[in-house]
Design a protein around this ligand. Sequence first.
Ligand SMILES: [Zn+2]
Length: 43
Amino acid sequence: MPECTTCGTRMSHNDETTKLTEYVCPSCHQTEIAYKPSYRVTA
Ligand SMILES: [Zn+2]
């Protein structure tokens, strides 16, 4: 789990798709999107 860049609180898992994971801070509600490294765009 990443930590909030604003307040340092450990972020909680908010949503997940096949290509990204979304985290939300329980304190300041900042969201962070983590793109999965395994996801590759096929041109
Ligand atoms: Zn925060």
